[in-house]
Design a protein around this ligand. Structure first.
Ligand SMILES: Nc1nc2c(ncn2[C@@H]2O[C@H](COP(=O)(O)OP(=O)(O)OP(=O)(O)O)[C@@H](O)[C@H]2O)c(=O)[nH]1
Ligand SMILES: [Zn+2]
Length: 345
């Protein structure tokens, strides 16, 4: 028996469960089948047909189980989404109900602040709280300096340095996670996400580059699950889809750049372009060194990207709506006696 609260607790869980069902948390989705963690172990389940109309259950979702059938997906607290390519494609939920997003970068170079900011914007957009994890601390001569540089840029975000080799900092990450809390990692390839997952799990749950190179046999096939229960509490979602995420909308940009947004709100003109306008609070902050111009430029770029993305999803939503109506017409035409009266009441 697992205490169900160790699988991550959704406060409204009981209220949301249909009668006669029990809760389970989706650890893995493959070819439509679910691996679900429940109070009495792991089981394989099928999603009910009705659940597949949307994007279907995602890793981290709570589902209501009736036997081996998942009959409902419980309301999500947070969701990491990405846009799926295709004609009428919508957003796909990559991981649900995350509490934390570990924004991972390596200390092998000076902190790449612009990149961290971008990931922070994506993370804030999901509804989860980001934490910056700087890996490979054992390879860095000035860990305090790097921590300070990131902390000064990412105000209000916890920043920790870790080494999967020496174990330094792992306890700090565990403490942030805590029992029943769910985290996922985002960050570019090679920064040490798999190594961190393995170090936190205390066993090989993800293939690292090192291992792959050493035996050359694709140990990545040993990755059994995507939602890992960590010893000492905490859950770690490690899905390939989590790792490289684009910006879906601007929900997180304003939070990641709260300082810049705040300045912009103080410009004399509402539609200030922050170029040559009199009374521009942004320009003033850049002039007297309170705002790094590179940070400002990065904000502009991300805003523009989020805007383009929003236009694209509008277009996608329209296309999906048109396809839905066309399908409706087709199905009415195939029922000659009913279609006409329903379409033209
Ligand atoms: N010295 C040192 N090397 C590390 C550390 N963490 C990871 N590495 C090495 O960095 C390389 C990449 O690590 P991975 O864990 O595979 O990186 P990843 O972020 O999972 O990469 P992808 O799977 O491509 O996303 C491997 O050779 C690791 O052995 C660390 O803390 N210290
Ligand atoms: Zn301005």
């Amino acid at each position: 028996m697992t205490d169900i609260s160790l699988l991550g607790w959704v406060r409204a869980l009981d209220a949301d469960l249909p009668p006669g069902t029990r809760p389970g948390r989706v650890a893995r989705v493959d070819r439509g089948r679910l691996t679900v963690l429940t109070g009495d172990g792991e089981l394989r389940a099928h999603p009910a047909a009705a659940l597949l109309e949307g994007s279907g259950p995602a890793v981290g979702d709570w589902v209501a189980l009736r036997g081996e059938l998942a009959v409902a997906v419980l309301p999500r607290r947070t969701a990491f989404t990405r846009v799926v390519a295709g004609r009428t494609s919508a957003e796909q939920v990559v991981a649900a109900n995350l509490d934390l997003v570990l924004v991972v970068d390596a200390l092998t170079t000076a902190p790449r602040l612009r990149r961290v900011e971008r990931y922070l914007a994506v993370a804030w957009g999901s509804g989860a709280t980001p934490v910056v994890v700087l890996t490979k601390a054992d390879l860095c001569d000035d860990v305090p300096g790097a921590l300070l540089a990131v902390a000064e840029d990412a105000v209000g975000v916890d920043v920790v340095a870790v080494s999967s080799v020496t174990g330094e900092g792992l306890d700090a990450v565990r403490a942030l996670l805590g029992p029943g809390r769910t985290a996922a990692m985002v960050g570019p390839s090679g920064v040490g996400k798999s190594s961190l997952a393995n170090a936190l799990a205390g066993t090989v749950v993800a293939a690292t580059h090192g291992i792959r190179e050493a035996d050359g046999r694709g140990r990545h096939t040993t990755t059994a699950r995507e939602l890992h229960l960590l010893p000492g509490g905490g859950l770690l979602v490690d899905t390939p889809g989590m790792r490289e995420l684009g910006l879906v909308d601007d929900a997180g940009v304003d939070t990641a750049y709260a300082d810049v947004t705040e300045l912009a709100a103080r410009c004399r003109f509402r539609d200030c372009a922050h170029r040559t306008e009199p009374g521009c609070a942004v320009a003033a902050a850049i002039d007297d060194g309170r705002l790094d111009p590179a940070r400002y430029t990065a904000w502009r770029k991300l805003q523009a990207e989020a805007h383009r993305q929003a236009l694209r999803s509008d277009a996608r939503a329209r296309a999906a709506e048109h396809a839905r109506v066309r399908a409706l017409h087709r199905s009415y035409r195939s029922q000659p006696n009913r279609g006409r009266t329903t379409l033209h009441p």
